[in-house]
Design a protein around this ligand. Structure first.
Ligand code: G3D
Ligand code: MG
Length: 188
């Protein structure tokens, strides 16, 4: 039996220092190269997983600082399959900034949305920072975003530092992308 394969592009969205680069590094291990960042201001690296006999290659993109450049944004969002919306639980304003990122994605993707997953990062700091956004608040916000954007946005709490739930964060999104793909290729 031949293996069926699918390739997808995942982007990490969110305010500076929420942990986008750390999440990607933790998920992929140390083995990735950053040379690409020199030319376009974004890093990407690939990972492969299997679901239901399908081999799914995910190109994970992580924007560096210069995201104000229009050309770079166009490259970043071109062909996007799904987005991780990342916030830092110790800074509530990073959660409420996310609609701006979703709007930017939509603007740069011919008005179309893609599967999204909300990631509450820095779970390891919850005990230390009393004003942290609770998981209940995060889940409620995911529901609000789902209602606003007409999609089912899942919620995952993670720590790029300890590795807690990092594979789950990426794989929740990859499964959404895969299901979307299967739906759109159903024979009628
Ligand atoms: P960004 O790519 O979204 O800008 P980074 O964010 O991945 O560069 O992370 C910003 C800072 O937050 C880094 O600290 C990083 O180590 C820290 N960080 C990222 N994820 C976590 C996490 O889950 N827990 C904790 N405790 N820290 C995290 P520095 O000090 O290098 O700026
Ligand atoms: Mg970064």
């Amino acid at each position: 039996m031949s293996t069926k394969s699918l390739s997808c592009k995942v982007v990490l969205l969110g305010e500076g220092s929420v942990g986008k680069t750390s999440l990607r590094r933790t998920y992929l291990g140390e083995g990735f190269r950053e040379s690409y960042s020199m030319t376009i201001g974004a890093d990407f690296a690939a990972n492969r997983i299997s679901i239901d006999g399908w081999e799914i290659t995910t190109n994970i993109w992580d924007l560096a600082g210069q995201h104000r450049f229009k050309k770079l944004r166009e490259t970043y969002y071109r062909g996007v399959s799904g987005a991780l919306l990342v916030y830092d639980i110790t800074r509530p304003e990073t959660l409420t900034a996310l609609p701006q990122w979703i709007d930017e994605l939509q603007r740069n993707n011919n008005g179309r949305l893609v599967p999204m997953t909300l990631i509450a990062n820095k779970e390891d700091l919850r005990e230390e920072v009393e004003s942290s956004v609770s998981n209940d608040e995060g889940i409620a916000y995911a529901q609000e975003l789902s209602a606003t954007y007409g999609d089912n946005i899942s919620f995952v709490g993670s720590s790029a530092k300890t590795g807690e739930n990092v594979p789950q964060a990426f794989e929740t999104l990859i499964k959404l992308i895969f299901n979307r793909f299967l739906e759109s290729h159903k024979s009628s």
